[in-house]
Structures are given as C-alpha cells and as structure tokens.
Design a protein around this ligand. Structure first.
Ligand SMILES: [Zn+2]
Length: 132
C-alpha cells in the first residue's frame, strides 16, 4: 500500500520528508511524483531504502528499522535514492539495450551488474561532493 500523502510522524520521518524536498529541488525533479512509505520488518536488514521507477512516478520505500538504528545515514540515503531517479533514464536505456541485443543470459546479467556498479560508484562520488 502506497499512501497518497504521507504525514510524517516521527522525528526521523520528518527529516526524510524535509530532505526529499530540499534535494528534489536541487536536482530539478519537480516533474517527478515522489511517493514514499516507511515500514518496519519489510525490507532486508541491510537495505536502507529502495526506489522503483515507473514513468514519472518514483516510489521510495524506507526501512524504518535501519533508519532508527542509524539516523546519521538518513541524508546519504535520501540523496542516494534521488540520484537513482536522476540517473534513471540513462540506466533504464542501458538496461533496455542489454535486454534487447545481448543474446546470452549470463552476459546480460554481467552487463546489468556492471551498469549497476558503475551507477553506484557515481552515486557515492556525488554524495561525497553534495553532503558534508
Ligand atoms: Zn542504490
């Protein structure tokens, strides 16, 4: 269930909502509809958040267990997920090319992994440059 409008309740949820507004404007993502939800015990323990894109809608699912355990990671996490949105057209196109033109399944998997690793490498560099 994705709520239409999230009313942040806890201090950490309020921080997430505030940071999303700040970085959404910085990254020029005003045309993207960003839906968020917080949940406990739903995501893997090592996943802080995940974003799924569909057209102009981005759904970001935050792992509240991890958020409460390591609140100092909230800003990095928000920037990380929003950078996935910024890079989405590029990675989605790369993925489409791989799926369309690479015939061998293991080669597709290796290439998809490579794209994902390069994307995360770029995201980590940008996070370091953009947050203090
Ligand atoms: Zn990521």
């Amino acid at each position: 269930m994705w709520p239409k409008k999230v009313v942040p309740k806890t201090r950490n949820q309020k921080k997430v909502v505030k940071l999303i507004k700040i970085y959404r404007d910085k990254f020029g993502l005003r045309k993207t509809v960003i839906k968020i939800k917080f949940s406990k015990g739903k995501l893997d323990n090592d996943i802080y958040a995940e974003v799924v894109m569909k057209g102009r809608v981005a759904k970001i699912h935050f792992n509240e267990d991890l958020m409460d355990k390591r609140p100092e990671e909230i800003e990095n996490t928000v920037v990380h997920e929003l950078l996935h949105i910024v890079l989405y057209k590029l990675t989605d196109r790369a993925s489409w090319i791989i799926q369309s033109y690479v015939r061998l399944r293991y080669a597709r998997e290796i290439l998809e992994d490579k794209i994902s690793n390069l994307e995360h490498e770029a995201i980590e560099r940008l996070i370091r440059a953009l947050t203090k």
